[in-house]
Design a protein around this ligand. Sequence first.
Ligand code: ADP
Ligand code: MG
Length: 358
Amino acid sequence: RNAIEVRGVSKRFGIGENAFKALDNVSVTIRENEFFTLLGPSGCGKTTLLRLIAGFDFPTEGQIMLHGQDIAPLPPFKRPVNTVFQSYALFPHMTVGQNIGFGLEMLGKPKAEVKARVDQMLRLVRMEALKDRRTSQISGGQQQRVALARALAPSPKVLLLDEPLSALDYKLRKEMQSELKRLQTETGITFIFVTHDQEEALTMSDRIAVMSAGKILQVGAPWEIYDRPADRFVADFIGETNFLPGTLGAIENGRTTVTLSSGAMLPATLAEGYVPNGPATIVVRPEHARAIREGGDLRGQVENIVYFGTDTHIHVRLDDRNLFTVRQQNSRSRDCGFVVGDAVGVAIAPDGAQVLKD
Ligand code: ADP
Ligand code: MG
């Protein structure tokens, strides 16, 4: 079943010549029970889309359906949707327990029911011991848990999370990532999670929508977004990518042979929906290439070597002056085997090259 269906939604701020289109004909379907992520750079319209779903603002055009019904007539508090904000927005003078129960009390729930639900939520986010603390006296990570518990307490059908982890330091963020994933699985609530962090999106989501400048460019499972980016923006934004100029050969069954500037010919897959017209961009992920002494599909010189613990990035200045990054796994017994200045070949894996929309 579909939880949320966004149909041809545009949002303009301002009027006439000064109008700014924050969302431009966005359509996307979010399934029930899904951990769905909106991923894109700052300013691309993520918060605007969440605000429309929550009912804090209205679309200029288009519709938003919840379980098949247009929710336009419903004010925010009547929508079975709740939001966790980046700033948490807790009440500092109230205790942890009072914060979690606040929404339920506003809904006029009986005292005993509120208490039972608060206790249940405290267990869910593992905060039982801090029930009577004021929220001004707990850590950032704990405040985050309280904000989650408070948002989950009224049992929303959909939880909207607007960059909820961005205020936390690296270690705590990692911890809260798996915590959020656990909460989503345990409660079965549909999560719509917003982030500008591609790693966060890849590790947490069932599906991801990649956004840029008010548009959704691609929707898919993390591996689809990473392995089969639809266009140049997605390939560039998600992970690291090498872009190579080249010419396409004959196309057959979504595959072709590309000729690189070195004259080397490579088999390549075409991105879904790719229509050949004009010059093509060929992309190769760094882990789909190897640096070798002799031969290779491309030749160049080692410009820089960056050690990352688990792997090493070798930056190669190709003979055509483009820069190419190779990522090699490290083994315990030896370094990458090259030094800066070495003449080097780049060998691209048999399925490593793809042709994209520019
Ligand atoms: P994101 O959350 O992806 O960073 P936003 O949805 O907050 O982006 O904003 C998208 C664009 O819309 C930005 O350029 C922002 O400046 C603009 N915008 C957002 N809200 C308003 C508003 N109330 N009035 C005018 N412009 C706005
Ligand atoms: Mg935002």
